[in-house]
Design a protein around this ligand. Structure first.
Ligand SMILES: [Zn+2]
Length: 50
């Protein structure tokens, strides 16, 4: 277990919000591949930062 941030992972940072917004934009336009890539990016970001 890593204690890198303040402890709780329920607080989205600016990057989280940006990735989420990009994901919703992609799924809105029906671009499934792009939406999936954003999900992957979110997973990476979470492991790296949170
Ligand atoms: Zn984040």
């Amino acid at each position: 277990m890593l204690k890198k941030s303040s402890g709780r992972r329920s607080a989205p940072c600016a990057e989280c919000l940006r990735i989420k917004a990009a994901y919703y934009a992609a799924s809105r336009t029906g671009d499934r591949a792009l939406a999936l890539s954003w999900i992957t990016a979110m997973g990476r970001h979470f492991r790296a930062v949170h």
